[in-house]
Design a protein around this ligand. Structure first.
Ligand SMILES: *Cc1c(COP(=O)(O)O)cnc(C)c1O
Length: 370
């Protein structure tokens, strides 16, 4: 269906491709905007017969995301639907190597599989490349997330995906935090890329959506067929409206990310000097910063409650700056400190963000003036 025309060609920069990807091929009178197609079924004898199998609006988004990641994308109803699709590649009773702290939905998923006797789980410190490699023999799946949510730990993706391949272990990389503009795991050697499209790709905190992306190789296409079948049979399909909004949001991904990353770098530097902050976690790229603050869990809650520009809410990757004490979330791994605030830095004026946050931080200690 929608393959995206010439914008998919590699001689154009991502910023140029983002603006046009997923568009119908040019012809006199053809629409420039991607179509929002609302139909549950199709006239017989076409490539797709029923709405659970495909939709032109999904195809436009898949063409765009696939191009950026250098693979073939499948959109699903949420990031967790994409996570579940990737875990469907793990054989029953198989062994999965996972980080000891990563997105809490993934941690809960492997915990449930383990409790049900459906998988053996090996938990590793993913910053310790040798330890991860040592856990690979006999495993079926290596789950990577880099940088991790919310500890911002960074994995050596080329080394780990290469080691996984040597051991015949499928590697999956959750690329939500970096986005394909900052990191392309398939080119680094990963078998499957997972996205919460909800976050940076859609970028406006108005939809939930997920995606899996596989390589344009024979093994990649075989994985794509399995993931397609999973989506078809489990039925975790997105609404066309959500796909349309996500593609519309992606048109400005490069602009949003550029500003958000610049804001994050500036704030990370200033936060390191703030007396109420005893640790700043910032990997040197991306737009998520985590800080550990004075006054423990209560101190962190007081800071989150005291901002005016920053929104106290979960989630990340939208145009607005959000902050949250992550251990509020019931499935958050114990490795995440109680006083850690995750900052999703948005595209606002950086001085407004700093003034608001630094004054809220002065409330972290109960004895302080506020
Ligand atoms: C939010 C998130 C998910 C889950 O995505 P949803 O769209 O909320 O289902 C998965 N991985 C990471 C890293 C996330 O931040």
């Amino acid at each position: 269906m929608t393959d995206g025309p010439s914008p998919g060609s590699d001689d154009l920069a991502p910023a140029t491709r983002l603006v046009a990807l997923g568009r119908e091929p040019a012809s006199p009178g053809a629409q420039v905007g991607a179509p929002l197609v609302l139909t549950s079924t199709y006239h017989a004898d076409g490539a797709v017969s029923y709405g659970r199998g495909g939709n032109p609006t999904w195809s436009a988004l898949e063409a765009a995301l696939g191009d950026l990641e250098g693979g073939d994308a499948l959109v699903l109803s949420s990031g967790m639907a994409a996570v579940a699709a990737a875990f469907s590649l793990l054989p029953h009773g198989g062994t999965v190597v996972v980080p000891d702290a990563a997105y809490n939905g993934v941690m809960a998923t492997v915990g449930d599989l383990e409790a049900a006797g459906a998988a053996d789980v090996r938990r590793v410190d993913l910053t310790d490349t040798a330890a991860v490699v040592a856990a690979l023999p006999g495993a079926d799946l290596l789950w990577l997330e880099s940088p991790t949510n919310p500890l911002l730990e960074v994995a050596d993706l080329p080394a780990l995906t290469a080691a996984a391949r040597e051991h015949g272990v499928l590697s999956v990389v959750d690329n939500t935090f970096a986005t394909p503009l900052l990191q392309r795991p398939l080119a680094d050697g990963a078998d499957v890329v997972v996205h919460s499209v909800t976050k940076y790709l859609a970028g406006h905190s108005d939809v939930l959506l997920g995606a899996v992306v596989t390589g344009r190789t024979d093994p990649g296409r075989a994985l794509h067929d399995r993931l397609y079948r999973h989506r078809q049979l489990h039925g975790g399909i997105p609404g066309p409206m959500e796909a349309w909004l996500a593609l519309r949001g992606m048109r400005t991904l490069h602009l949003r990310l550029e500003r958000a990353c610049a804001n994050a770098a500036e704030l990370a530097g200033r936060l390191a000097e703030h007396p109420a902050v005893h640790r700043v976690r910032y990997p040197g790229f991306g737009a998520i910063v985590a800080i550990e603050v004075a006054g423990g869990a209560e101190g962190a809650e007081r800071v989150a409650a005291a901002t005016r520009v920053w929104v106290h809410a979960t989630s990340l990757g939208g145009v607005e700056s959000l902050l949250e004490r992550r251990r509020r979330q019931p499935n958050e791994p114990a490795k995440v400190p109680e006083d850690l605030l995750r900052l999703s830095v948005g595209v606002e004026d950086v001085e407004d963000l700093w003034r608001d946050l630094s004054s809220a931080l002065s409330r972290s200690r109960p004895s302080a003036d506020g």
